[in-house]
Design a protein. Structure first.
Length: 132
């Protein structure tokens, strides 16, 4: 929570079947919707983490993308270490690593989901993950 407070006003949320969001951070010009996920493999590549967190990614993809709003996944291990990633596209889950301050790290590239997986729009208007 101190990492979140350093970025702005924090609104805690309760995760449910309809919402995979744990925190909302409101700052000047940006609202961050954050899903905090626990992992044992924090040092994996962004591709590995994207595969590991495919369900939270799918839930975050349901939030419409617009300027001034970002969707993030914070991967935490059981010792309190954090790696932060921003969802960068709207059609495929694509992660770009960011610092704790929300600024993209230099030299990092966005990771896409494993080959054959994609996000498609369902007839209900929601996006769903399918394996091709």
């Amino acid at each position: 929570l101190p990492v979140a407070r350093a970025r702005g006003f924090v609104i805690p949320c309760r995760r449910s079947r309809e919402s995979g969001i744990d925190l909302i951070i409101v700052s000047a010009g940006l609202t961050a919707l954050i899903c905090v996920c626990m992992t044992r493999q924090l040092n994996g590549t962004p591709e590995d983490l994207a595969a590991q967190f495919r369900i939270p990614l799918t839930m975050l993809m349901q939030v419409p993308h617009c300027p001034g709003r970002c969707r993030e996944i914070w991967a935490c291990d059981y010792y309190g270490n954090i790696r932060c990633f921003r969802l960068t596209t709207t059609k495929k889950a694509c992660l770009a690593e960011i610092g704790r301050d929300g600024i993209p790290l230099a030299g990092t590239f966005a990771a896409q989901p494993p080959e054959g997986e994609t996000i498609v729009s369902a007839p209900s208007g929601r996006e769903e993950k399918v394996t091709v």
